[in-house]
Structure formats: structure tokens, C-alpha cells
Design a protein around this ligand. Sequence first.
Ligand SMILES: [Fe+2]
Ligand SMILES: [Fe+2]
Length: 338
Amino acid sequence: MARTKMIRRWRKNMDVSEDTQYVEMLTTLSEGSVRRNFNPYQDIEWDSPEFAVIPNDPRWVLPATDPIGRHPWYQAQPLERQIEIGMWRQANVAKVGLHFESILIRGLMEYAFWTPNGSPEYRYCLHEAVEECNHTLMFQEMVNRIGADVPGMPRLLKWIQPGIPLVAGPLPIPFWFGILAGEEPIDHTQKNVLREGKALHPIMERVMAIHVAEEARHISFAHEYLRKRVPDLSWRKRFVLSIYVPIVMRILCSAIIVPPRTFWKKFDIPRSVRKDIFFKSPQSRLMLRDMFGDVRMLAHDSGLMNPLAKLVWRICRINGSPSRYRSEPQRQHLVSVA
Ligand SMILES: [Fe+2]
Ligand SMILES: [Fe+2]
């Protein structure tokens, strides 16, 4: 009996037809996906001469918005070494990105599988999955062109990842928070690099511009999905979620921006430098905090901030004030870039 009640509630949660505002938002996003989308092999001229990957190209030097690129140790390396590290690092971030997207695509399919006929969520999830498939093609092509044999996400996460998409059906809310934990840091980092305006390799520049443009919709969807459902959860569930959110943000963010062990060994980087970059130095702590302003806003607005949750945000070192609106630029960063 309890079980059927649970299933009935779960099914009812998937029927969104009565919430006209939400349906309208989904229609706008879906129409946006039809109007503005990219194809990795039509919109990027991989074979044009400017896109060629040539040896010793200083455009691969890491930008100052990258925590490694900003570090004095990196800046003291010979140019050739900086380029080599830069190529490896940028290829690995692309690889981790596509690993995340692969998990997301499978989760979107799992979620969409259960949506009722006529659901606007079905259509949007499928549009998003198509876009993410294109992103994984684009990122893998970039990795192949750079030619660094990078591993992508940490090994432990690779082992547990087959189970993650399965959560999207029965527990979509924790799943969508996990997705935000992957999308927010990548989007934040890419936007900062583009804003910094350093001369980048055209592959990097084009891939990031395409990604930022499409990601805006994906992040919107995740935020709206959660804003609609989280406030209606029982206080008990919300309490558990409030502790889970900062932890998942911190773990997945590290999986994306901290390079794997192979990197430190390959380039013989001192342990003290590694510790300083991730995350002892004040700048890297600030970067970590800045990445989650929008998620803190979401947590505040949907009742996921309580004294214990605040403490967990602080322990995870991602506490701070919430954004006033989504994608609010971080003042300190703009100042330091200027
Ligand atoms: Fe993507
Ligand atoms: Fe995305």
C-alpha cells in the first residue's frame, strides 16, 4: 500500500501540465534548441589551416583565470613546458567534460523514459540530450587533435559512474543537483576564460563559445526543474538534501578542475605547488567560492539553507553570499583581470 502511494506520488510529480508558467518556460527552451544549435562538424572548421595543431604554439599557454596558469611555479617554467602542460590540461578538462556529459545523456534518457505522453519535459530532455551528444563529439575531436592521451575523470568516479544515470528515474532531484555540480564549474570556468580575452587556440575558442551558448539553456532547465520541486518536499527530505547539495558540489567540482594523479607525476610538479593551487592559496579559494554563487542562490530560494547546511557549505569551502541573479559576474574576478 505504502509502495503504491509512493509510486502514485512519483508519477504525479512527473505530470507538469497544470503549471502553465513552467510549461511555457520549457516551450521557450525547446524552441531555443530548435532555433539555435550547433553541429560539431559543420560549425567548426577542423581542417582549415588556422585550426591546425602545430608544435610550440604559445596560444596553448594556460590563461591567468586557470588556477594552474596563474601560479608562479607555472609562469616560471620555460615556454615550451608551459605549452605542453597547457595542452594536456585543456585536453583533460575537455575529456572530463565529455565524461560528465555522457552520464548526463544517459540520465536524461532514463528520466524521459518515465515521463507521461504529452510531457513538455520529454521534448526538452531529448533536445538537451542531442546537444550533449554533439558536445561529446566536439570535445573528443578536440582531445584527438591536441593528441594528449588524457584519462579524464578520476578513476573512482569512472567505476561508480554506470550507476549514476539510474538515479535519474527514481530520484531525479539529487540527480539534477549532481548535474548542476558538473555544469556550473565548467560553465563558470569557460566564461571566465572568454571574458579574460587572452589569445586562445582557435579550436579552444570556438569549442568554448559553442559550449557556453548551449549550456545556458541546460543550466536554466536544471535550475527551474529544482525550483519547481524542491520547495514542495517534506522538511525531512529537504533537510537531507540541504546537506547533500554542498557535498556533491564540492566533490564533483574537484573531479573537474583538479587534474588527476597522472598529471602531477608526468610534469613532475612539486607537492607544495599542487597543494597551493588546490586549494590553499587565497585566489584558488576565492575561485572555488565564486563558482557556486548561483547554486547558493538556488539553495537559499528553495529552502535548503539551515544552520547545519551552512556549516557544511563552509566546511566544503564553497560558502559565501548567493548571487542576486543567475550568472552575476564576480566583481573580484573582473577587477583582477582588469
Ligand atoms: Fe555540454
Ligand atoms: Fe550541458
